[in-house]
Design a protein. Structure first.
Length: 209
């Protein structure tokens, strides 16, 4: 089994809860699996935009590219290859300012590609990678699981919607929330959440493709 772990928090594990979730998951996962980590804050990932479209066109026509165009083509290919080769994709990320970190958005922009992860049909778009499994590890200081607050949550909701768009339905969400809103309860909230992270990692133990 190929497991891709997309790390999207560059805060130390002592400060960032989703960074700690990533650390706990990596400590618990079966080391016999083929595990690749893709740290979006460490990778060279130019923002998605016209440079990408220029690079794709020039690549198809075997034309010379600028340095930025070559960088973004290389970066997008690396992200796409890592995603496509994975049987399981793990996303570890925080809710920042109501949404996902910008670096994770760039990763999603790279893998959101017609003909690769989805296709257009007469009946609408169809996902092309339904066989994949996704594990979401997310931390948010407030409580967004209530009906009133849920519409404002645009991190887990976004990633889940994108994965569904790709045809993926097997999604395990491990969310730690409310620790900043209730400091007294924070230790218990975090401890319980980390146990669920361990369970998510153990769910892959002994599994071979």
């Amino acid at each position: 089994m190929n497991v891709l772990v997309v790390k999207a928090n560059n805060r130390p594990a002592t400060e960032g809860i989703s960074s700690k979730m990533h650390e706990v998951f990596m400590n618990e996962i079966d080391k016999g699996l083929n595990i690749q980590t893709f740290d979006v804050f460490e990778e060279d990932m130019p923002y998605f935009g016209q440079d990408f479209f220029n690079a794709m066109q020039k690549s198809a026509q075997a034309e010379a590219m600028t340095e930025t165009e070559q960088r973004i083509l290389t970066a997008s290919a690396k992200a796409m290859d890592a995603f496509m080769e994975a049987d399981v994709v793990v996303f570890a990320f925080p809710l920042w300012n109501m949404t996902i970190p910008a670096a994770l958005q760039t990763f999603i922009d790279y893998i959101y590609r017609a003909g690769m992860t989805f296709k257009y049909t007469e009946n609408g778009p169809v996902g092309l990678v339904p066989e994949k499994k996704v594990i979401i590890l997310n931390a948010r200081g407030g409580v967004y699981s209530t009906p009133e607050a849920a519409p404002a949550e645009m991190s887990v909701t976004y990633i889940r919607n994108i994965m569904n768009f790709f045809g993926i339905q097997d999604i395990n969400e491990v969310i730690i929330e409310g620790h900043a809103a209730d400091p007294e309860a924070a230790p218990a909230i975090i401890e319980e959440g980390m146990e669920r992270v361990k369970q998510a990692a153990r769910s892959l133990q002994g599994v071979r493709a």
